[in-house]
Design a protein around this ligand. Structure first.
Ligand SMILES: [Zn+2]
Length: 326
């Protein structure tokens, strides 16, 4: 696996290990990919029958194209309407069934365009035409990365001795509709797999961002690769290193107040602190107290506000509930 993809799996596994240490995790639910990008590579024609009969492959093609084209009509930008698959170069004029020749279009656009050449249909909007033709050739990269790592992650979880279950994205959606939860990453995670009900809703979300541990290079280079300036030999200044979680309490002046966040050290002893609200520059090290050493991650929290309108009804009996903290 490419290092950039390997890193995704390693990070997920490292967090599974931490959560397992902190809480009694009995099983892991992994949401299956909604499409298999290997089968959907841009140059591959779709199997006619599968595509027409709406089998899994056909369903995946539709999901893939909706994701790739942002769930909006490629020609007029309409969203929230029914979208048809549309052959960019019309089929009746020899256009292929390849993914790179397909887009999604609203029913009026799809019917108006029909057998018209796309160059004629969009003769008044050359910019849109070139954008569509360019995007058609571009694979959906993010989705491909997620899919490539999903099976590797699943295998790594199994190797770690955890009970791993997979569930479809459709199931997540169905669970959300039953509990009335809004759509967010956190609430989606809460709704993966079999779910009897939700007994405790998250009110704050911990956001963990991989920030790395800095670089070994002790120089910066110019655009030709020649050393431009030298960095300090040590990463520590006055006992702090870039990435440490700190709290600064400043009694007076323009920066008065309490600032909590990630510090960036400077040899001058005046540091920058990146908080939830932005970066505060030039804070003297005497005002700063260490909360936690840098561990390669940046931590912030934000409130989970999009709980959705309907609060779920209380459980009917004392049966098994898989909801709440999963
Ligand atoms: Zn349209």
């Amino acid at each position: 696996m490419a290092p950039s993809l390997r890193h995704r799996v390693d990070t997920a596994m490292s967090w599974v290990a931490r959560l397992t240490r902190w809480a009694p995790v009995r099983a892991v639910q992994v949401e299956r990919a909604s499409f298999d990008t290997h089968a959907l590579s841009a140059g591959r024609p779709l199997e006619g029958a599968e595509y027409q009969q709406g089998t899994l492959a056909g369903y995946e093609v539709r999901e893939y194209l909706l994701a790739k084209w942002g769930r909006a009509c490629a020609y007029c930008g309409a969203s929230g309407v029914s979208l048809n698959l549309d052959h960019i170069h019309p089929r009746s004029r020899g256009g292929s069934d390849r993914i790179s020749n397909l887009t999604v279009a609203c029913i009026p656009c799809n019917q108006t365009k029909n057998a018209t050449l796309v160059e004629v249909f969009l003769k008044d909007s050359p910019a849109l035409l070139s954008r569509i033709l360019k995007q058609a050739k571009t694979p959906l990269r993010d989705a491909a990365a997620v899919n490539a790592t999903r099976w590797a992650l699943w295998r790594a979880l199994e190797t770690a001795g955890l009970s791993v279950h997979t569930a479809s994205g459709g199931r997540t959606k169905w669970n959300r509709s039953r509990t009335g939860a809004a759509k967010s990453h956190t609430l989606d995670a809460l709704h993966v797999g079999p779910l009897a009900g939700v007994t405790a809703w998250p009110c704050r979300v911990l956001v963990v961002k991989a920030t790395g541990r800095g670089t070994y290079a002790r120089t910066r280079t110019d655009r030709y690769g020649f050393p431009r300036l030298r960095l300090p030999r040590t990463k520590h200044v006055k006992g702090f290193a870039t990435g440490d979680l700190v709290r600064a309490t400043i009694p007076t002046g323009k920066k008065a107040g309490v600032h909590t966040g990630r510090v960036a050290v400077r040899t001058t002893g005046n540091f920058n602190i990146t908080t939830r609200h932005g970066t505060v520059q030039g804070i003297g090290h005497r005002h700063i107290r260490l909360l936690q050493r840098a561990d390669g991650y940046g931590y912030t929290t934000h409130p989970e506000t999009r709980r959705g309108a309907a609060f779920p009804p209380p459980p009917e009996d004392g049966g098994l509930h898989t909801g709440g903290i999963r």
